[in-house]
Design a protein around this ligand. Structure first.
Ligand SMILES: [Ca+2]
Ligand SMILES: [Ca+2]
Ligand SMILES: [Ca+2]
Length: 186
């Protein structure tokens, strides 16, 4: 893999639409820069088995923490908590984002959302969205989405969030993976 092995923190402003209200998230995001990743390779993977969310910036009106849930550790988000990760990629790539989520106690407009942005958060695409009735507190649901990163230097942002209204709206996320579908040399 062509990882440059350098981790650094950048300050950036990610603006996103969150349930109709425009919010600006000023965040310090830990970013990995990848140079010329190979097709089929992982650009990002987190199964939270290290019991940390240290690759994510977490915030929002709710709790976000790694907990034992399901087969192992997962990221639990409540109410309106979110977790944001970013990967910077040198080149033009089609990527696939995959995630698993489970939910408990969703009602009406509550959702669990995994989404991705190729343009710094101006537009978000759903990778997975769970609704009331998909919230038995144990069943995992899986989603994926494909995005084109335009290059020459693109930032892929991944956001997990609980779009609920009370402390007992639970979302869990696990096995967040980004793979390169097609590498287009700059
Ligand atoms: Ca896990
Ligand atoms: Ca429900
Ligand atoms: Ca609720």
């Amino acid at each position: 893999m062509g990882q440059k092995s350098l981790f650094f923190r950048i300050c950036r402003v990610i603006a996103g639409k969150l349930a109709g209200s425009f919010v600006a998230l000023v965040s310090f995001v830990t970013v990995t820069v990848w140079a010329a990743p190979a097709a089929g390779g992982d650009l990002f993977f987190d199964d939270f088995e290290d019991m940390t969310a240290n690759r994510w910036h977490v915030g929002g009106d709710g709790t976000v923490e790694v907990v034992a849930f399901g087969e192992g550790e997962s990221l639990q988000l409540t109410k309106r908590g979110y977790a944001l990760a970013a990967v910077r990629i040198d080149g033009q790539f089609a990527v696939k984002i995959e995630v698993g989520m489970a939910a408990n106690s969703l009602e009406k407009a509550d959702h669990c959302v995994a989404e991705a942005s190729a343009d710094g958060g101006a537009e978000w695409m759903d990778v997975l969205r769970l609704y009331d009735s998909e919230d038995d507190g144990e069943t995992w649901h899986y989603g994926d989405a494909e995005l084109m990163l335009p290059g020459p230097m693109s930032t892929l942002a991944i956001r997990l969030r609980s779009e609920g209204d009370s402390n007992n709206d639970y979302c869990w996320a696990d096995d967040v993976r980004v793979t390169v579908l097609d590498a287009i040399s700059p």
